[in-house]
Design a protein around this ligand. Structure first.
Ligand SMILES: Cc1cc2nc3c(=O)[nH]c(=O)nc-3n(C[C@H](O)[C@H](O)[C@H](O)COP(=O)(O)O)c2cc1C
Length: 293
């Protein structure tokens, strides 16, 4: 049995869950390949993805694919990877386990839209799971949501998900069913809201991150931190790409800057929306779908 794990993780939480999954799979005798697409231009830009997948992906029996929830949706780069997956064949399995990490507030339609798109790519999502993690945008707020997550409880949910996957794989895998309809767990109003408004709808007006050159000390932390490579060093200055639409508003540049030289106005809006971090949290915080107990 061979597995493939694909992950996008601007702030590292989804990557942590993926590494844990990788060890769990190995402990169960499943060899696996982990592809972290963060900062990897071959997987970030639509025009490169299909050829890179065909070239780099090893033959596998099951795919685990995960990313963070951004504005109630799974972050777009993961949807883009799913869109570019070839139809199932000798190399690419039709059995999938999508997963998301989220800041505990709302995972909304993140898993649901992955399931839907995977169905269109003739995949069967045998189960899916969500893991509550630190809400990265609340890092500078009075209350950091889920500051110490993923934690023991999160990893127990991953263990449980993996045990269920292993049990399902024991039978004839051709008999496995698609369970992606069970990912529609958000209430009707919330689902309607996020099915109507895309991630880009919520974010597009805020993609105005900039560098205050008078404060910048060229430490280049932003270049290292940016998951989509928006920053580069030219001559003696750090510069940002002119194409601001590529920014995903993860705030990693802002949080990693040593000189407070990043202008990131979106946080003011988030601060108001999440009332300084005192937000109502989704229940259950972490979970596996379909629910069995
Ligand atoms: C731009 C942005 C939007 C986010 N939107 C949500 C959201 O709608 N609901 C939520 O609970 N968490 C939200 N989060 C928090 C992330 O989903 C959470 O911190 C996730 O674990 C980050 O994953 P990563 O560390 O792999 O990047 C958002 C974070 C960012 C940066």
């Amino acid at each position: 049995m061979k597995a493939l794990i694909i992950v996008f993780s601007p702030s590292g939480h989804t990557a942590k869950i993926s590494s844990y999954l990788k060890s769990g799979l190995e402990a169960n005798g499943v060899t696996n390949q982990l592809i972290n697409i963060t900062k990897n231009e071959n997987y970030l830009y639509k025009k490169n993805i299909k050829t890179t997948l065909l070239k780099e992906v090893n033959k596998h029996d099951i795919l685990f694919i995960g990313g963070p929830v951004y504005a109630g949706h799974v972050e777009n780069h993961i949807l883009q990877i799913i869109e570019e997956l070839p139809l199932p064949n000798e190399q690419f399995s039709d059995i999938v386990v999508p997963f998301v990490t989220y800041g505990g507030v709302h995972s909304s339609i993140g898993l649901e839209e992955m399931g839907k798109l995977l169905r269109r790519k003739q995949r069967k999502s045998i189960l899916g799971f969500k893991i509550a993690s630190k809400h990265t945008l609340t890092q500078t707020f009075k209350k950091i949501i889920n500051e110490h997550a993923p934690n023991q409880e999160s990893y127990q949910v991953v263990d449980k998900a993996l045990n269920r996957v292993m049990a399902l794989l024991k039978g004839d895998i051709r008999d496995l069913k698609d369970n992606s309809k069970s990912f529609c767990y958000a209430d009707a109003q919330e689902r309607q809201l996020f099915n109507t408004f895309s991630q880009n709808h919520f974010h597009k007006d805020h993609k105005n991150v900039s560098i205050k050159q008078e404060k910048c000390i060229a430490c280049r932390k932003c270049i290292k931190a940016c998951p989509v490579n928006m920053f580069h060093f030219t001559g003696d200055q750090v510069k940002m790409s002119d194409d601001k639409t590529r920014c995903i508003l993860c705030a990693e540049c802002f949080h990693n800057c040593l000189a407070n030289a990043i202008e990131f106005t979106y946080l003011d809006k988030v601060e108001k929306r999440l009332k300084q971090g005192y937000a109502k949290l989704e229940e259950p915080q972490s979970g596996i779908y379909p629910i069995v107990d």
